[in-house]
Design a protein around this ligand. Structure first.
Ligand SMILES: [Fe+2]
Length: 245
């Protein structure tokens, strides 16, 4: 695994990686299954064109149904892990736990409903990483805006005087200081849960589809998201196995 990726991650709190091609079949199968299970929404349509057949009012209930469906996909979590294994193993160590439920976000053009500027801690512990995987090629405002660690003190100050102009303040800050870069299908963005991120309004003509799932080392502190409710064990080291036998 390329060491400069770790240097970049340590410096900024996020990094883009290429997923292992061997496991891309699993993502393609997932997309085919979504198409098959929700045919009404894909008549002559690509994933990027979902907004042509569905309204803002309907999108959330469809998203919830697809999430339920995705989470019945056999071995998908394991395959997501395997597709990023080279990076995750070196980042987290030998004892790894994974979020039980894979999340799906669908961001249609001009939909204003989305999470505001935030970081996932303290709900998540600082020892977790989010693996964000687009199911379509993402460019410009389809992508998330990541805030480099060096701008976090400034970002924290934005929360000092929250008022009705705050949305605008966060947007302006993200445009000025944030990193927005293309992430294609076959790549993933990995970021620390303690990293600020911002989701711009999608001003492109394409719908963004992305999965997100968290990983952490079993033996690091937990936030409110705990092992029993939120995570499950993915793999353990021989010494852990020895002590548990
Ligand atoms: Fe988040």
């Amino acid at each position: 695994m390329n060491n400069s990726l770790f240097t970049e991650f340590t410096k900024k709190g996020f990094v883009k990686i290429k997923l292992d091609k061997k496991y891309m079949r699993s993502y393609k199968t997932l997309k085919n299954n979504i198409r098959k299970n929700f045919p009404k929404n894909f008549k002559k349509n690509k994933f990027e064109n979902l907004h042509n057949v569905i309204s803002f009012n309907e999108i959330n209930s469809l998203r919830m149904k697809i999430i339920k469906n995705i989470n019945t996909e056999k071995n998908l979590k394991e395959n997501i892990y395997l597709s990023a294994k080279g990076f995750l193993d070196q980042l987290l160590g030998a004892d790894i736990i994974v979020q039980k439920n894979i999340n799906l976000a669908i961001q249609m053009p001009h939909d204003t409903s989305r999470p505001l500027f935030h970081k996932d801690t303290p709900l998540s512990s600082k020892y977790e990483v989010v693996v964000w995987i687009p199911l379509v090629d993402c460019d410009k405002s389809m992508c998330m805006t990541m805030i480099d660690k060096k701008h976090h003190d400034e970002a924290n100050k934005l929360f000092d005087n929250l008022n009705r102009n705050s949305d605008f303040k966060f947007e302006k800050f993200s445009k000025l200081k944030g990193s927005n870069f293309p992430v294609k299908f076959g790549e993933a963005l990995i970021f620390s849960t303690d990293n600020f991120h911002y989701i711009p309004i999608n001003e492109t003509k394409k719908t963004r589809w992305s999965l997100n799932i968290r990983f952490k080392n079993l033996f690091t502190p937990f936030g409110e998201r705990n092992l029993l409710d939120y995570f499950e064990i993915l793999k353990t080291s021989p010494i852990t196995n020895l002590l548990n036998n």
